[in-house]
Design a protein around this ligand. Structure first.
Ligand SMILES: [Zn+2]
Length: 407
């Protein structure tokens, strides 16, 4: 539906006449402007007008949606997912319930390498079909734009296969998609002793083909203990820059292992995970343009520490929230639960968490001009909630289903 009016809105949430030009930091992150007793119109798929009270007569021709006293807010932006994969990994989940750690499972050929084995044998059609189902699931749960990574290929053939699947998803998706090349997700078993040889394949084989076929918007590296070190990470991000791919980093998930340092040094658009940060990492981030993206459902699922969100916000770092939807460490793309965890476990206020999952997350995939706030001219990707007393009810009602309709 490209043209419609929503009436009878209890509160229109995240209303900015002018969209923020930079990510919200410090106290600004708690600024979630709301318009009570409101209506909104969408024309040609874009937010056209909004106001308070009765819908003006000039909009009577538009199809009406009665929000029935629900809230209307911008859709979530999920800036970090891995939804292209061939098989779930609940057997590793069971192993973890018996005491094995994620790192032990990965060291024994499970984890990312397990997913890579399955992707290698899956057909492009199979990968597309299952990823498309996950994409629709995310969209129905309120996600209005999504980033999807490769990284379960770990060979030129399979990485290109994953990226072609993402490109095909882009062509049929109801929501915008950004594609990220994550060939540096892990070292394949056969390169564990000769890491530079795998990096050479990424730089000399994968990247030129990806660029030639326009298969990626960003390049990502897992910079952590047992994965890529700072120097390797920087080398790969610099190679990506040659093809105009901006950097993203998986960093500081397993320890104080240099992910933030590498991200800031390479002016990465975001550094994601951040379960482990000291004052040094937080200060570096606060004095940079790099967005710190936190993935609390991963900390929840793996039982690892939650990121120090308060430290980052109080120091002035720009932060965002994402789902990390993937088969090993976060088999869920439910952003409303991510927001609940941010409030419950990271002591973010509901307003801060909603901004981090909408406008700041939009900055993390450079979609701030089309998503993340209620602003005229942005995409009419909107959530209508059930009749809830206030927007604070969203994280309070954790795991609940307060979304009535997604447009
Ligand atoms: Zn990830």
């Amino acid at each position: 539906m490209k043209d419609f009016a929503i009436t009878n809105i209890k509160n229109l949430v995240g209303v900015w006449e002018q969209s923020p030009l930079v990510p919200l930091r410090r106290n600004e992150l708690a600024d979630l402007p709301q318009l009570p007793n409101a209506w909104i119109t969408v024309q040609d798929g874009l937010i056209a007008d909004y106001g308070q009270g009765k819908l003006p007569n000039i909009y009577n021709e538009l199809p009406h949606i009665d929000a029935q006293g629900g809230h209307v807010m911008p859709c979530f932006v999920d800036s970090h997912t891995h939804i292209v994969y061939a098989a779930s990994r609940e057997q590793e989940f069971v192993a973890r319930t018996k005491g094995e750690t994620y790192e032990e499972i990965a060291a024994n050929g499970g984890g990312i390498l397990n997913s890579a084995k399955r992707v290698a044998t899956a057909s492009e059609d199979e990968l597309f079909k299952s990823a498309f189902e996950r994409l629709l699931l995310c969209a129905n749960q309120g996600t209005g734009a999504i980033e999807i990574k490769s990284g379960y290929g770990l060979s030129t053939e399979s990485e290109l296969k994953m990226l072609r699947v993402i490109k095909r998803l882009k062509s049929v998706s109801p929501i915008p998609i950004k594609a990220t090349f994550l060939g540096a997700h892990a070292f394949p078993m056969e390169y564990k002793q000769n890491q530079q040889a795998y990096i050479d394949i990424i730089v000399n084989e994968m990247l030129p083909q990806i660029a030639a076929n326009n298969l990626a918007d960003y390049i990502d590296v897992f910079c952590d203990r047992g994965f890529f070190n700072i120097e390797q990470t920087r080398q790969i991000l610099q190679a990506g820059k040659q093809y105009n791919l901006k950097g993203k980093i998986h960093g500081n998930e397993l320890g104080l292992t240099g992910g933030v340092q590498a991200a800031v040094a390479e002016n990465a658009i975001s550094v994601d995970h951040l379960e482990y940060t000291s004052d040094e990492e937080i200060n570096l981030l606060a004095n940079s343009e790099t967005i710190g993206t936190m993935l609390p459902s991963t900390a929840f699922f793996l039982g690892i520490p939650y990121p120090n969100a308060r430290g980052m916000i109080n120091s002035g770092a720009a932060i965002a929230l994402a789902s990390d939807f993937n088969p090993g460490s976060s088999p869920s793309g439910r952003m409303s639960f991510v927001i609940s965890l941010a409030c419950i476990k990271m002591k973010m206020t509901p307003a801060e968490a909603i901004n981090a999952a909408t406008i700041n997350a939009a900055f993390a995939i450079e979609m701030q001009e089309s998503l993340g706030t209620i602003t005229k001219g942005k995409l009419g990707k909107l959530i209508i909630t059930k009749p809830i007393p206030s927007v604070d009810y969203l994280p309070y009602n954790f795991g609940g289903d307060i979304i009535e309709k997604v447009l």
